[in-house]
Design a protein around this ligand. Structure first.
Ligand code: SF4
Length: 317
């Protein structure tokens, strides 16, 4: 399967008043056409930061010290702001947690979609309106022609998310970065949006990077899972394999903390993930790990293949 985006050994940190603090350690993952990769972990583990570095939408104090982000075999980190402008939104589109961050409340949704069509497809007038209606139809927004005249506040949360996806489709995006795309929605709408993204992935053969803290969501909606903890990828596996056979103690603890319909009591992961300014020797999970042993606080466990296509960074393996 062709890799459309490859993040290689990304090291990134933030310059603050108290010095440089590393947030990502040797993060590597790749996206394939027509597949969904889920990046999973608690808030602050670095999953969104790694995705924002792909789009170069990082805060000013962020600094990438090493690594590559390869798109069509070119390193995006070498691109100028103008070159990135042509990629962002067109080839690589963001589906944000809060769609209002992408929609301008002062313009109708239709005007905003028509602007995207004009910029990216060079089409205006009647033909552009026809394409806008087709885009709304594709994301199942009913009464598309009338809805184009609405302002964002006249759309529900789920409809706004559909409109953002319609804009990505209008640009013929090859990669969708969905950053907690359903967190702000209620459960039934969450399922509809995930179903829509699955259909689009299959029909348009786009690659999806799904960033979430919700393991239940990724079970049905991803092909591969990468689990991140405190700036490192600690486990990567195909989704089915991961849920049948999780390896890393952090992944096991996360799975045990998901509510299920069995009588098994829920377990909690003791303690808190470290902040980026906290220095932790050896395995960064060791202060919270129930399997921790002597070597864990001294030596950093490296991510290695422990079974066919199943990688884990833990001294138990
Ligand atoms: Fe736990 Fe040690 Fe494995 Fe880290 S390396 S996850 S502390 S067993």
């Amino acid at each position: 399967m062709e890799k459309i985006l490859e993040i290689k050994n990304l090291n990134l940190g933030f310059n603050t008043d108290s010095g440089y603090h590393q947030a990502l350690y040797d993060v590597s993952y790749s996206l394939e056409q027509g597949k969904t990769l889920a990046l999973v972990g608690e808030s602050g583990c670095g999953k969104s930061v790694s995705a924002m570095s792909v789009l170069q939408l990082l805060p000013k104090n962020a600094q990438i010290t090493d690594g590559e982000i390869l798109y069509s075999n070119k390193n995006l980190l070498d691109f100028s702001p103008n070159e990135m402008q042509k990629i962002r939104g067109k080839k690589i589109a963001l589906i944000p947690q809060d769609p209002m961050t992408s929609l301008n409340p002062l313009f109708t949704v239709g005007d905003q979609l028509l602007e995207v069509i004009k910029i990216h497809q060079g089409v205006v007038g009647e033909e552009a309106v026809k394409k806008a209606i087709e885009s709304f139809d594709a994301v199942q927004i009913p009464s598309a022609k009338e809805r184009l005249k609405n302002y964002p506040h006249e759309f529900s949360g789920g409809m706004k998310q559909r409109a953002i996806i319609a804009m990505a489709l209008a640009c013929d995006a090859e990669i969708l970065i969905a950053d907690e795309p359903t967190t702000a929605l209620d459960v039934t709408i969450q399922a509809q949006i995930m179903e829509l993204m699955r259909q689009i992935k299959e029909e348009k053969n786009v690659a999806v990077l799904l960033i979430t803290h919700d393991l239940a969501l990724v079970k049905e909606n991803s092909d591969e899972i990468n689990v991140m903890y405190a700036g490192r990828i600690v486990e990567k596996a195909e989704t089915e394999d991961f849920f049948k056979n999780p390896k890393h103690p952090y992944s096991v603890a996360l799975l045990n903390s998901i509510p299920s319909n069995t009588v098994k009591p829920l377990s909690i992961i003791k303690g808190q993930p470290p902040t980026i300014s906290q220095q932790i020797s050896g395995c960064r999970f060791h202060p919270r790990c129930s399997k921790c042993f002597e070597n864990c606080s001294e030596t950093i466990p490296l991510l290695k293949e422990i079974e066919n296509n199943h990688y884990c960074a833990c001294h138990l393996y």
